[in-house]
Design a protein around this ligand. Structure first.
Ligand code: ZN
Length: 341
C-alpha cells in the first residue's frame, strides 16, 4: 500500500510518499481503508521529534481517520461499513479502561503516535472497540475532521471544567481544531463564548460558529478585553492550548473561582503561575489530553444530528501531506486540514 512516512525527524521535507507493508490483522482488530485523515498538531510534534521520546522508524502519523471496513475479526462488523475511528488506543482490560476512563490507562496512546501507525496511509488497523459507525449523510472528510478536536474540546469543557449553563467561556485561537470545536460545544451547552483569533476574517467566522464576543489576540490585550466584556468579573472557564504566548493573560482573564483547562503548548511549554492569584482567586488549573471513548460516542450524536459541524479549512491528496503540514505550521488555517486518500 501507499503511505506517507518519515524515516528521521525533521521538517516537512522528511515526509515520503512511498510503499509500505500492509497492516497484519490480529484477533480483536479491524482493517480500515482510509478515505480521509485529518491533521493535528500531534503530527507536527511527532515529525519534529521530542526530547526523551523514541519513535520506531519509519513512522506513519495520522490520528483522525474515516473510511470503510475492509476486514474484521469481529463477526458483527461487516466489510464495507463506513466508520470513523476513536483516536485513543488503550489496553481494554485494566481498572481505568473497565471504569470508562480509558484515557487514564497506562497504555493510552493516540493512533498515529509512537508505535501505532496512523492514517497517512491507504490502510490502517485498530482494535474493534475503536470503530464508530457513521451514517450515510456524513461524508468521510467531515467524519475525519471530528474525533480528536471534538473529543479534546468535549473533555476539557464538560469533564475537566464542569461547564454550566450561562457561564462565560474564553476560547483561545478560534481557528484551531480545538478552538472551533470548543466554541460550538460551549455555545450548544448554553455558555456565552468569548473567542480570540488573529484576523478580522477569522473573528467573523468565530461569530458564525457561536461566539458572542470576539477578541483580536494580536491587536488587543486578551485579559483586559475579557474583563471589559464581563463587567470586570472575568471568564468562568478558559480553554488554553496556545501556551507561552498567552498563558499569563489567560490566567489574568479568569474570574474568581475560575477554571483554566489546557491541552497544548503550541508556542512553548514554559509558563509560570503567581501563587497569590491562584489561592487568592481560588483558581483551578487543569490539564487535559484527548478524552474517553464514551465521550466521543456522546459527542458524535451531535455530529450526526448536525448540531456540531467540523470546520474544514482545506483538503489535500495524501501524496501532498508535506504541503498540508506546512499549512498547519503557518497558522493561516481556520478549521481542520484533511488528507483525502
Ligand atoms: Zn487499560
Amino acid at each position: 500500500m501507499k503511505a506517507v512516512r518519515f524515516h528521521a525527524h525533521g521538517g516537512p521535507e522528511v515526509l515520503r510518499f512511498e510503499d509500505a507493508p500492509e497492516p497484519q490483522l490480529v484477533s480483536g482488530e479491524v482493517l480500515v481503508r482510509v478515505r480521509a485523515c485529518a491533521l493535528n498538531h500531534l503530527d507536527l510534534w511527532a515529525r519534529r521529534g521530542l526530547a526523551r521520546v523514541t519513535f520506531p522508524m519509519p513512522h506513519t502519523s495520522g490520528s483522525d481517520v474515516a473510511g470503510e471496513v475492509v476486514a474484521s475479526s469481529a463477526p458483527d462488523v461487516e466489510a464495507g461499513r463506513r466508520v470513523m475511528l476513536q483516536p485513543g488506543l488503550s489496553c481494554g482490560r485494566c481498572a481505568s479502561c473497565l471504569s470508562g476512563v480509558d484515557n487514564d490507562c497506562l497504555q493510552y496512546q493516540a493512533l498515529g503516535y509512537l508505535d501505532h501507525p496512523g492514517g497517512y496511509a491507504e490502510l490502517v488497523k485498530v482494535p474493534v472497540q475503536n470503530i464508530v459507525p457513521i451514517p450515510d449523510h456524513i461524508d468521510f472528510v467531515q467524519a475525519a475532521a471530528f474525533p480528536l478536536s471534538f473529543l479534546t474540546a468535549w473533555h476539557m469543557l464538560m469533564t475537566r471544567a464542569g461547564l454550566r449553563r450561562g457561564e462565560d467561556v474564553l476560547v483561545l485561537a478560534a481557528g484551531s481544531g480545538v478552538g472551533q470545536a470548543a466554541i460550538q460545544i460551549a455555545s450548544m451547552h448554553g455558555a456565552r463564548v468569548l473567542a480570540t483569533a488573529g484576523s478580522d476574517a477569522k473573528l467573523e467566522r468565530a461569530r458564525s460558529l457561536g461566539a458572542s464576543e470576539v477578541i483580536d489576540h494580536y491587536k488587543q490585550d486578551i485579559a483586559k478585553e475579557v474583563l471589559r466584556l464581563t463587567g470586570g468579573r472575568g471568564a468562568d472557564v478558559v480553554i488554553e492550548h496556545v501556551g507561552e504566548a498567552t498563558w499569563a493573560r489567560s490566567l489574568r482573564a479568569l474570574a474568581r473561582g475560575g477554571r483554566l483547562v489546557t491541552c497544548g503548548a503550541t508556542t512553548g511549554a514554559a509558563a509560570s503561575v503567581d501563587l497569590r492569584a491562584l489561592f487568592g482567586k481560588r483558581l483551578t488549573i487543569a490539564g487535559s489530553y484527548m478524552g474517553t471513548k464514551g465521550e466521543l460516542l456522546r459527542a458524535a450524536r451531535f455530529l450526526f444530528s448536525g448540531q456540531l459541524k467540523p470546520v474544514i479549512d482545506r483538503t489535500f491528496p495524501l501524496a501532498d501531506a508535506a504541503a498540508a503540514q506546512r499549512r498547519l505550521e503557518g497558522s493561516g488555517q481556520f478549521g481542520k486540514i484533511v488528507l483525502e486518500v
